[in-house]
Design a protein around this ligand. Structure first.
Ligand SMILES: [Zn+2]
Length: 358
């Protein structure tokens, strides 16, 4: 648990429970996606199961019990820490005393909960407790939730539950009230930067990914692994400096060839938002910190009204492209012609895409 960044309050709650030998029968880990709730859950279980704990009481990570706990969920793997849930086993078998329940399709269904309840009637195989981890617990459908509730009301003596959810308000109130809540918050920029630099991120990309991730390690890692992370900064710079129809046309063609147009619209919107912040002097973190000088020059040449107008244009064009399944290159061309027009020109000849004529 000590190798998990941030979350000091959560760690303290859990270690104190262990120190006092009062592990609650059900915990509810809540907080945003991608901040480490699952990692903490399995690290906690390893700490309970470890047969050769470190001097500070933490799991050794090496003994047979630890290895099997950490191997249990595919997403704990450092090389692929956050596989899609469909890749995770429904009931993870590696450690016989850890059951992991994830959505089957859109929901966690009653058959899955019944299977868990059948198993927990028996004593744990080898560990002091059996742990049942219910990932995205809010996707339990009503019959599943009601079946679980009955068990939480009369918990089996040596079974402990860890429910994980980023939307705890979607859980039955009666389930929530049976669990001890352990809140997780967003990670700090410094923590995210450390996670990314451990993965070999270079400084400019790291800085941008930290700003975009807003405290989610999973999002930061996926941003970094996204080819757009390296492709985008030079394209953004071209966008800020394009001033000839030919340059605009070529840039639109390049953007049109990128894999996910929606992600490109996102980046353009964030670029305009950065310009707006600089123009209005709002001291907030930029998504494109590495392009600050170019952004400042661009913002200086555009009044606030003109930037707001361009932000609307990005969203309008994105909506049109989606609704009418337009060719990305044509959408980007139209958008860039408007974005790169001299400030003031857009008011004389608005380039809004009219939805009724498409
Ligand atoms: Zn161990």
């Amino acid at each position: 648990m000590t190798d998990i960044l941030g979350h000091h309050a959560a760690r303290t709650t859990l270690t104190q429970a262990l120190a006092r030998d009062r592990v609650h029968h059900a915990y509810l880990f809540t907080g945003p996606d991608g901040v480490g709730k699952r990692r903490m859950a399995y690290a906690f279980i390893a700490r309970v199961f470890c047969t050769a704990p470190a001097a500070d009481g933490d799991a050794c990570g090496q003994c047979r019990a630890c290895r099997r706990v950490f191997e249990t969920p595919a997403w704990y793997d450092e090389r692929a820490p956050f596989l899609a849930k469909d890749d995770a086993p429904e009931l993870a078998p590696r450690h016989p005393d850890v059951l992991t329940l994830v959505a089957h399709g859109a929901f966690i269904k009653i058959e899955q909960v019944r299977e868990v309840l059948r198993v927990v009637q028996f004593q744990p195989v080898e560990a002091p407790f059996r742990f049942v981890v219910i990932d995205e617990a809010h996707v339990m459908n009503d019959p599943a939730a009601n079946a679980l509730l009955k068990t939480l009301e009369e918990p089996p003596s040596r079974t402990r539950f860890i429910l994980i959810s980023n939307m705890p308000s979607n859980l039955l109130v009666t389930i929530r009230s049976r669990c001890q809540r352990v809140p997780f918050s967003r990670l700090s920029d410094a923590d995210i930067a450390q996670i990314l630099s451990q993965r070999g991120a270079v400084s400019d990309l790291l800085q941008d990914a930290v700003a975009l991730a807003e405290g989610s390690a999973r999002l930061a890692i996926s941003l970094l692994d996204d080819p757009l992370a390296t492709q985008w900064p030079p394209l953004a710079e071209r966008l800020l400096t394009a001033d000839t129809p030919r340059g605009i046309h070529e840039l639109a063609a390049t953007l049109g060839e990128l894999e996910r147009p929606d992600a490109v619209f996102d980046r353009i919107a964030r670029l305009m938002r950065d310009a707006l912040l600089l123009r209005t002097g709002v001291a907030a973190r930029l998504f494109h910190a590495s392009l600050r000088p170019q952004l400042e020059a661009w913002a200086l040449a555009h009044p606030t009204e003109a930037i707001l107008h361009r932000i609307d244009l990005v969203e309008d064009t994105r909506l049109n492209a989606r609704t009418y399944n337009l060719q990305p290159r044509l959408s980007f061309e139209r958008l860039l012609l408007a974005l790169c027009a001299p400030a003031g020109a857009e008011l004389a000849r608005p380039l809004f895409v009219r939805r009724d004529v498409l």
